[in-house]
Design a protein around this ligand. Structure first.
Ligand code: PGA
Length: 249
């Protein structure tokens, strides 16, 4: 594989990756407790969040001064809907590490006006002086946040129509019933993501191997939104051996 602009680390397995990143985030927080964290949902970060919960329970991860922003939310769902990304974050991270609602910024899927809600969110990110560390997963189709492959990509936070494949991969949040997965979402745009000072993308499992390969060395294209990360100077890509199958050092 040709060289990549992105820094890549491959871990033995998902658990080692999650532990190592959790330890690192906890040490960063010890040095700099006031951080603006950009967070992601999906299956990939769950292990990381649980490791952070364990560190917090042992008094080794202090989240008391962080401010959080999440990448996206389903359009049409109130925050307390069990299928919402807000509920997901409460269950998997916020409640485990003592992050209070006052520290959390989230797109509201039940806002009256989607455009106004997106503008509010971008303004809130700017008022927090931007995101220090943005955590990302990657869809098998190369999406980041809900920026789906398309002819053009939005720079700012916006309303999106979800691809069927994306709805299917979210069905677990709705009892496995894909018909209950909302058809639209609000998502941070490519510019909102790329303005973060540092970005860590994590990918695990064989199903991510091809899109990771294209992310690292393919052309920059709206057909693979994650490829734009090659333009950012502080991105780390953390993989398990399965997702890193096509990465040769
Ligand atoms: P996953 O989703 O972690 O559930 O694979 C990643 C993503 O779609 O960003």
């Amino acid at each position: 594989m040709p060289d990549s602009y992105l820094k890549v680390t491959i871990f033995r397995d998902e658990r080692t990756l999650a532990r190592s990143l959790a330890e690192r985030l906890a040490s960063d927080l010890a040095l700099q407790p006031r951080q603006v964290l950009g967070l992601a949902t999906g299956r990939t970060p769950v292990r990381l969040y649980h490791e952070l919960g364990t560190l917090h329970a042992h008094g080794r991860a202090d989240f008391s001064q962080v401010v959080t922003f999440n990448l996206d939310e389903f359009w049409g769902l109130p925050p307390d809907d069990p299928g919402s990304y807000r509920s997901f974050m409460d269950v998997h991270l916020f409640n485990r590490v003592g992050i209070t609602p006052e520290q959390v910024n989230f797109l509201r899927g039940d806002a009256d006006d989607a455009d106004a809600e997106c503008e509010r969110y971008d303004r809130a990110i700017a008022s927090a002086d931007g995101i220090d560390l943005q955590l990302l997963g990657i869809g098998t189709n190369g999406h980041i946040g809900f920026n789906e492959p398309s002819r053009e990509l939005a720079a700012r936070t916006h309303r999106v129509r979800l691809k069927e494949s994306t709805r299917r991969s979210n069905a677990a949040l709705f009892g496995g019933d894909v018909s209950r997965v909302p058809t639209e979402a609000l998502s941070m745009g490519m510019g909102s993501i790329l303005r973060a000072r540092r970005i860590v993308l994590i990918a695990t499992g064989k199903s991510k191997a091809r899109c990771v390969e294209r992310l690292l060395t393919g052309p920059i294209t709206t057909k693979l939104p994650a490829s734009f990360l090659q333009l950012h100077s502080a991105v780390e890509v953390m993989l398990d051996t399965a997702a890193g199958e096509f990465v040769h050092s």
